[in-house]
Design a protein around this ligand. Structure first.
Ligand code: GTP
Ligand code: MG
Length: 476
């Protein structure tokens, strides 16, 4: 998707510059990228984490962080020609990195002929600009990169609008008076046609206008979707949402459980737009399973807010499966990140009535490690027991479905509803609006139904069928 909002306004300098694009530059050639991981030393990092109110649990290995940054870069189809880990004792205000490091990196970037440098941290506009000068290459930080990925992945109009809005917020925050001389020299070829190269020709007013327009359009989409959601709420089936760190295996689990074929790949942010599918449970009940965008540490807040509408689906789900790649070396830190984002979204990450942890990818672990995980899961009280599974081999999925059923049954009420033989319409209504568990035919040609529904639907059923009675009520 093109997130450049100024395509239509091509009467300015930037458009002219774009036409002067050097011809020798092959469009097909992949952007050459150097990935830099400037991470605080463990001591400095634990201090910073404590400052943020986070424990050691959130401490990641630097190698794994650099791996993730490289994974993010690869998610926009570039060629990674270098990766450099930089251990920082402190952050320099002007360039983030120390002077010696900057020079060292500049030499490497020139030698590898890199066009783009991904710096895996949050850079201020000034730092970004100074680094671009020093490196004579385009620089983007973690937020910029994640926005770029989301921009490429968005498939639905709504997703595209949300990303564009996030991108504009980001751009607006880094509008600077003059762009680098470098940017002028290079003309408009820029990086991936993103908005960076057009910053010189933009101003806040244009951005703000565009933002207002998108916000209005989004509001419209949201209304329509609200209506859709309302009609889905009318459907008797409970919604089960998959959430988790990117690449944890949500889509794979979704595919295995629903025999679908949504895009699942060893690629960060493979999924962006939500997908819903019905699933028949072992005891005959039905659920709607929803797959959605993954989370990542330091997810730009503007993206969280942009995706709030999409994620509202998650917030409203009856059960939330927190899928974790338990074989990942930073599984703990990833788990903590997801819980933090859920909290930001207003989901109580300790809500044991709604959340089930799914420890995925156990097939990747040696048998004794698997055994250890199963034991540690089994020691937890039932209502917070994780399901230990492999979405690929199918191991543990039966138990997971069982856990979902138990959790769902807890929140729903069971009613008995007598239907007379003549009342075909009533019978059809039950099938359409409630979860029919049992149909016991009686001798007059009618039947006694046992149905399960959300507590808030109970009155509606009792009103329509005065003979109906509660067999059990929700346990809380
Ligand atoms: N070995 C193994 N690999 C798995 C398992 N589950 C998922 N994977 C792999 O992990 C990678 C990511 O899987 P996805 O299902 O795309 O992950 P996701 O959580 O949907 O990721 P995003 O959509 O990017 O947030 C893929 O290469 C899967 O094949 C598992 O149980 N075992
Ligand atoms: Mg996915």
């Amino acid at each position: 998707m093109n997130v450049n909002p100024f395509d239509q306004d091509s009467s300015d300098l930037g458009a002219v510059e774009r036409k002067l694009e050097p011809v020798e530059r092959k469009r097909e050639a992949k952007t050459r990228v150097v990935v830099v991981g400037p991470y605080l030393t463990d001591r400095a990092e634990s201090y910073a984490l404590r400052e943020k109110g986070l424990g050691e649990k959130a401490l990641r290995s630097q190698e794994a962080r650099l791996d993730e940054a490289e994974g993010l870069a690869l998610a926009i189809d570039v060629e990674v020609v270098g990766r450099v880990l930089v251990s920082l004792g402190q952050i320099r205000p002007a360039t983030y990195l120390g002077k010696g490091k900057v020079e060292e990196l500049a030499a490497l970037i020139a030698e590898r002929e890199a066009d783009l440098v991904v710096v895996d941290c949050a850079l201020s506009p000034v730092q970004q600009r100074n680094l671009e000068k020093a490196f004579a290459a385009k620089v983007i930080d973690r937020t910029g990169l994640i926005l770029e990925i989301f921009g490429e992945r968005a498939r639905t109009a709504e997703g595209a609008m949300q990303v564009e809005l996030a991108h504009l917020t980001y751009q607006k925050s880094r509008l600077v008076r003059s762009w680098t001389h470098l940017e002028r020299q290079r003309g408009g070829f820029g990086f991936l046609g993103g908005p960076g190269e057009t910053q010189i020709e933009t101003d806040r007013r244009l951005i703000q206008e565009r933002m207002t327009r998108i916000e209005r359009d989004l509001e419209g989409v949201k209304k329509t979707r609200g209506l859709h959601r309302k009609s889905r709420r009318d459907v008797p089936f409970p919604v089960v949402a998959l959430v988790g760190y990117t690449n944890a295996g949500k889509s794979t689990l979704f595919n295995t459980l629903t025999s679908s074929d949504v895009f699942a790949k060893d690629l960060l942010f493979a999924t962006l737009d939500p997908t819903l599918r019905g699933l028949k449970m072992p005891h005959g009940g039905r659920i709607i399973l929803s797959d959605t965008v993954g989370f990542i540490s330091d997810l730009p807040t503007m993206l969280v807010s942009a995706f709030r509408a999409t994620l509202e689906e998650v917030l409203e789900a009856d059960v939330i499966l927190h899928v974790r790649d338990i074989a990942h070396e930073d599984a703990e830190a990833q788990g903590a990140d997801v819980e933090k984002i859920l909290t930001e979204l207003g989901v109580d990450s300790q809500d044991r009535d709604r959340l089930i942890e799914v420890w995925n990818k156990i097939d990747l672990l040696p048998e004794e490690e698997r055994e250890r995980l199963r034991n540690s899961a089994a020691r937890r009280p039932e209502d917070e027991r994780p399901s230990v599974v492999s979405a690929v081999s199918g191991e543990g999925l039966g138990d997971l479905l069982q856990a979902i059923e138990t959790r769902l049954a807890r929140g729903r009420v069971l009613l008995s509803v007598p239907i007379e033989a003549a009342d075909g319409e009533g019978q059809a209504w039950l099938y359409a609006h409630t979860e029919v568990m049992v149909r016991n035919p009686d001798e007059d040609g009618g039947a006694l139904f046992e149905i399960r529904i959300a507590p808030e639907q109970q009155d509606r059923v009792l009103r329509r069928f005065p003979g109906a009675e509660a067999i059990s009520s929700a346990s809380h």
